[in-house]
Design a binder for this molecule. Structure first.
Ligand SMILES: [Zn+2]
Length: 206
């Protein structure tokens, strides 16, 4: 498995391209902007995109979808259905996707030999998901290095804490690839992330 990080757009969103090196098939996570950078990477490496996975519907994670789809033969785009219910304005360009599919808790999608597993992790948005593939965790705007996604734009802090608790309770360690800023590990976040520790009630009640 090869993971390429492309930092795209003004809000510096992480778009990831995950490739099965044996077959050169790939998945694209969160094409938020800068479709040229994404498409150039795919073309330069002679990759075959098979799917787009959306961690959540915010514009900075989805705005390059039309261009990417136009150049990749309309691959299926997966998103949680709740992302289209909550915000009509941001959902309009998602509804225009020709092959839009809904994934939910426990779904597994295969790309070559890679298996992507979906965990529902609401909080930043109602239909936010985290995607696991091998020892990689694509956490969208749920878990960040030393932080978590904001919950003041239609999100819910109680749901966020529950999601952080869930992620931190997974067995073993993962490389965490968040929606913004740098990569981390789950173990590092279990130890040092204030929000994860708070979610696990490491702190006494105030
Ligand atoms: Zn967001």
């Amino acid at each position: 498995m090869l993971i390429k990080t492309l930092v795209v757009g003004q809000i510096e969103t992480n778009c990831y391209v995950i490739t099965d090196e044996a077959t050169r098939e790939c998945a694209i996570i969160d094409p938020g902007a800068d479709s040229n950078a994404i498409l150039n990477y795919i073309e330069d490496n002679r990759l075959t995109p098979r799917a787009v996975f959306i961690t959540h519907g915010h514009f900075d994670h989805t705005m390059a979808l039309p261009e990417v789809l136009a150049q990749t033969g309309g691959v299926p785009v997966y998103i949680h259905a709740r992302e289209l219910e909550t915000d009509g304005r941001s959902a309009s360009h998602l509804r225009a996707v020709p092959d839009l599919r809904f994934y939910a808790e426990g779904d597994e999608i295969k790309i070559g030999s890679l298996v992507f597993r979906v965990l529902e992790t609401p909080g930043h948005t109602r239909g936010g998901v985290t995607i696991l593939c091998g020892d990689a965790m694509f956490s969208g705007d749920t878990l960040f290095h030393g932080s978590c996604g904001r919950t003041d734009l239609g999100g819910d802090m109680e749901l966020m804490l529950e999601s952080l608790r869930r992620l931190s309770a997974l067995d073993g360690d993962f490389e965490v690839y968040p929606g913004h800023a740098e990569t981390t590990t789950l173990e590092n976040e279990r130890r040092s992330n204030y929000y994860v520790r708070y979610a696990n009630s490491d702190f006494p009640d105030q």
